[in-house]
Write a protein that binds this ligand. Sequence first.
Ligand SMILES: Cc1cc2nc3c(=O)[nH]c(=O)nc-3n(C[C@H](O)[C@H](O)[C@H](O)COP(=O)(O)OP(=O)(O)OC[C@H]3O[C@@H](n4cnc5c(N)ncnc54)[C@H](O)[C@@H]3O)c2cc1C
Length: 397
Amino acid sequence: MSKRILVIGGGFAGFWAAVAARRVAGYAVDITLLSRAPKLEIRPRLYESKPDTLAVELPPLLSKLDIRFVSGEATELDATSKVVRLVSGEPLGYDRLIVATGSRMRRPQVPGAEEAYSVDSQAEAIALDRRLLDIAKEIKEPTIAIVGAGFTGIELALELRDRLLKHGAAEAAECMRIVLIDRASTVGPELGPGPRSQIEAALENARVELRLEARISALGSNRVSFVDGSNLAADVIVLATGMAAAPFTKQIPGERDKLGRVVVDSTLRAPAAPAVFVAGDAAMADTGDGHYALQSCQHALQIGRVAGENAARDLLGMPPVAYSQLRYVTCLDLGRSGAVRTEGWNRNVELTGTEAKAIKQKINTKLIYPPVDGTAEDLLASSMLDIDKRYALDASR
Ligand SMILES: Cc1cc2nc3c(=O)[nH]c(=O)nc-3n(C[C@H](O)[C@H](O)[C@H](O)COP(=O)(O)OP(=O)(O)OC[C@H]3O[C@@H](n4cnc5c(N)ncnc54)[C@H](O)[C@@H]3O)c2cc1C
């Protein structure tokens, strides 16, 4: 029987892991990618309009490389017998496993949080878009509350007026009240002071109201309640409250960080399960310069590629390569104020306004997409790209 590599998760990390594994292992090894749905969701764009268009079909791409796609939900890992069990369907065996099950938004532990909107997955972003469409038709002066003034909350807040405009609701877009709520005392606390003045100016220009140092106690369908006893009436409540590793990572034996990510070694192997490699938002990986990868597309693309390469190398008895990712940049969309691009872990501002916006648009519409019209060779070659170089000028987050 041929040797088998199984990848769980069809996001950025899982897709590139499968392609890189094929490049290294050649066609004598069976490679299977298991994911909930046959699409790569372009999560970094889900704050934008037309969320129904923000995914790439996986099977046509994978079939070019003879990678089998299985649609299903992994529930259990037996690392001793090397078997993954699914909600339904036959269990899948493997010789090397790559877990790339990504992340999902952490909903706050308050009553009503489950019913609030979000842009965490394509389905959730589509549900929000439908609600915005209803609002465009029905409400002249809508209020939208966004809980979480981090990267996603800021980008969404700055996009909303134009999204209502695109739904043909000029009056509602003009009169809309957008309230951005956070328990922190500043916007974008995790982005540090570097880009803060640009972010604050953009929020002011877009008439986004800030409610900082505000702790929510409950969410209703039309109301945000705060710990201090006050309430905010809102037509839509959207959560942007940060991410944690998806639940399947709990199945991997070994240490985890506070985001639930598996602590991996420098080759992205799970130390307590030697046939298992972990990639993307599921992995707590040292970038090689004393920092840890963030739950970001920028890191997932590179970690996925290295995890796939190492799973194949390990299977073939070749020495592994170390994961490293020394360049780190962010590019935050500021809506009509353009964008702000920073360099390095201190997030020193390098570009702003329309120049930064052009880079953000290139990232969102080109750089994070696989070469959908390319040949098998194009795909294999892309899995070899040095992401540090490729993204040195253009990466985000
Ligand atoms: C609104 C938003 C904006 C963002 N903006 C940026 C940005 O500007 N820049 C940036 O770098 N990053 C950004 N990110 C983060 C980025 O999208 C993630 O870091 C990236 O998607 C991680 O890739 P991944 O492959 O590790 O995981 P994911 O993209 O989460 O993919 C995981 C895949 O695994 C599947 N899966 C999970 N569990 C199972 C299971 N048990 N069985 C089968 N399949 C399973 C999922 O369905 C999914 O297909 C943003 C995220 C969001 C939500």
